[in-house]
Design a protein around this ligand. Structure first.
Ligand code: PAF
Length: 279
């Protein structure tokens, strides 16, 4: 594995890579979710570039940028073990030089859900992902369904800006008890870790209700809110039953939906989602 830092070095190395090239963008502190993206890219592509960059512009002023967990030696070992060809660790100054003033902004699909709770977050995500795409010029790029809105936003950006890149969304990887893997799970103490199970429990309760014939969007949101309210440590920020493409909140009977939620436990904000209904 080649570990590179500068855009020039990446682009020189990129020219020698066999087609198709897969890109796995990450912020590091890797877990099985990230590794599943690397493995899929390895299976589907002749060459794999994986990145680690904790992107400051997608964190709000009150968020955990400074405290975001980091473990570079372990991450690089995991990339190497899973067949990454190039680990690219962009430099902060190169990605955002002092006179940086250009942003990528996707409009409607960034407004609800995470976009509402985290103003500016998606502008940071789309700007850095566009920069990673431009520098690495992959044929395919891999992201997780865990960040469902991010997946929708990146697809839209790639479509609208004509990036010739296939966006591949991989299933959420869960702990054996159902908790969706996230680098932020490390913040949870044992009681909070137990309480965090309420996210998946709420999604499953809504999914089960749907399978049993409750297909009214408001009812499905109620099933999730009721389940969360049974966990004293959980403070819900939103529960949603939305159109999986437009992310608009649904009302009345639904045949398919993205059900999602954001919950704060202690100081940790967790999100999770399920796609329900016809695919
Ligand atoms: O999903 C993430 O880890 C980040 O949002 C991404 C896509 C690497 C951009 O910083």
């Amino acid at each position: 594995m080649n570990t590179l830092y500068l855009i020039d070095d990446l682009q020189a190395a990129r020219k020698k890579l066999a087609f198709p090239v897969g890109l796995v963008p990450t912020m590091g502190y890797l877990h099985e979710g990230h590794i599943s993206l690397v493995r899929r890219a390895r299976r589907e592509c002749a060459s794999v570039i994986a990145t680690i960059f904790v992107n400051p512009t997608q964190f709000g002023p009150q968020e955990d940028f400074a405290a975001y967990p980091r473990d570079l030696p372990r991450d690089l070992a995991l990339f190497e073990q899973n067949g990454v060809d190039i680990a690219w660790l962009p430099e902060q100054n190169e990605m955002y030089p002092p006179d940086f003033q250009t942003w990528v902004n996707v409009e409607d699909v960034t407004q609800p859900l995470e976009g509402k709770m985290r103003p500016g977050h998606f502008r940071g995500v789309t700007t850095i992902v566009a920069k990673l795409f431009n520098a690495a010029q992959p044929d395919r790029a891999y992201f997780g369904q865990k960040d469902a809105q991010q997946a929708v936003v990146i697809r839209k950006m790639a479509e609208d800006l004509n990036f010739p890149i296939e966006i591949i969304i991989c299933p959420t990887v869960r702990e054996s008890d159902g908790l969706a893997m996230s680098s932020r799970n490390v913040y949870l103490d044992p009681a909070q870790r137990q309480a965090a199970l309420v996210l998946y429990k709420s999604l499953k309760a809504a999914h089960e209700a749907f399978i049993n014939g409750i297909n009214d969007a408001e009812q499905l949101r109620l099933v999730m809110s009721d389940t969360i309210s049974q966990e004293p440590l959980a403070k819900p920020q939103y529960v949603s039953c939305a159109n999986p493409e437009t992310l608009e909140e649904l009302s009345g009977p639904v045949s398919r939906a993205l059900i999602s939620l954001a919950v704060v436990i202690g100081k940790t904000r967790l999100i999770d989602n399920l796609l329900i209904g016809e695919v």
